[in-house]
Write a protein that binds this ligand. Structure first.
Ligand SMILES: O=C(O)CCC(=O)C(=O)O
Ligand SMILES: [Fe+2]
Length: 225
């Protein structure tokens, strides 16, 4: 894969249909447009979930407010506050268990995982991120889960973003990839702990989400189901 494919976020036009998978590293692949047919149902499900547990901008352990607003569903949901990052079985906001995964979520997690060649889909937890213009997620590893053999499945909906895809060390070079509406990235195996993030979201608009970008990530958080 040549570097210039990745260096220019605008180099790849937003696909109207799915196109060929783009390998990112061993165990990591981008599926342009894989979730496009499911996008309206996924977005409806996000709005339904947000009525049960509203999006909120959580505090980091260092006391800063995240620019990305989050909610969750599944057996467990990811939370951050002054005490650290963790998964909880109940929403700290409602005190109730997190809502179950909507059927449309389960279906796309299964499809993407199979397409990437992993034997089982991660379905225990789903984090939903809402980015407004300027919101970002700095370079990090997903390592609050206790199931290193299971991949992360990540879907992008709405306004396109620049995905930062690094290496296993924070200091490794970082590629910039455009993630458009309906794109899916799966990373696992030797890429499970690759550093990644999202550059500040540009102000733009999408017919299905307005100025927002939604991201859904599926994770397995315990060694066995
Ligand atoms: O928004 C994205 O595409 C990435 C989200 C992410 O890395 C995370 O939620 O841990
Ligand atoms: Fe992440």
């Amino acid at each position: 894969m040549t570097a210039d494919l990745f260096d220019l976020p605008q180099a790849r036009p937003a696909p109207q249909t799915s196109t060929q998978p783009v390998p990112l590293a061993e165990g990591a692949v981008l599926f342009p447009g894989l979730a496009l047919p499911d996008a309206p149902a996924l977005i409806r499900a996000i709005h339904d979930l947000a009525r049960i547990v509203p999006f909120r901008r959580m505090e980091t352990p260092g006391g800063r407010q995240m620019s990305v607003a989050m909610t969750a569903c599944g057996e467990s949901g990811w939370c951050s506050d002054r005490n650290g990052y963790r998964y909880t079985t109940h929403s700290p906001v409602t005190g109730a268990p997190w809502p179950p995964l909507p059927d449309a979520f389960v279906a796309i997690s299964r499809r993407a995982t199979a397409a990437a060649g992993f034997p089982k889909p991660p379905l225990q937890s789903c984090l939903i991120n809402c980015y407004e213009p300027g919101a970002r997620l700095s370079l990090h590893q997903d390592r609050d889960e206790n199931a290193p053999h299971m991949p992360i499945v990540s879907l992008s909906l709405g306004v396109a973003a620049t995905f930062l895809w690094g290496g296993l060390r924070r200091s490794d070079p970082v590629r910039r990839l455009r993630l458009a509406h309906g794109d899916v990235v799966v990373w696992g195996g030797p890429s499970r702990f690759v550093f990644h993030g999202i550059a500040p979201l540009s102000r733009s608009s999408h017919p299905e989400t307005g100025e927002n970008r939604f991201n859904i990530t599926f994770r397995q958080i315990a060694p066995e189901e």
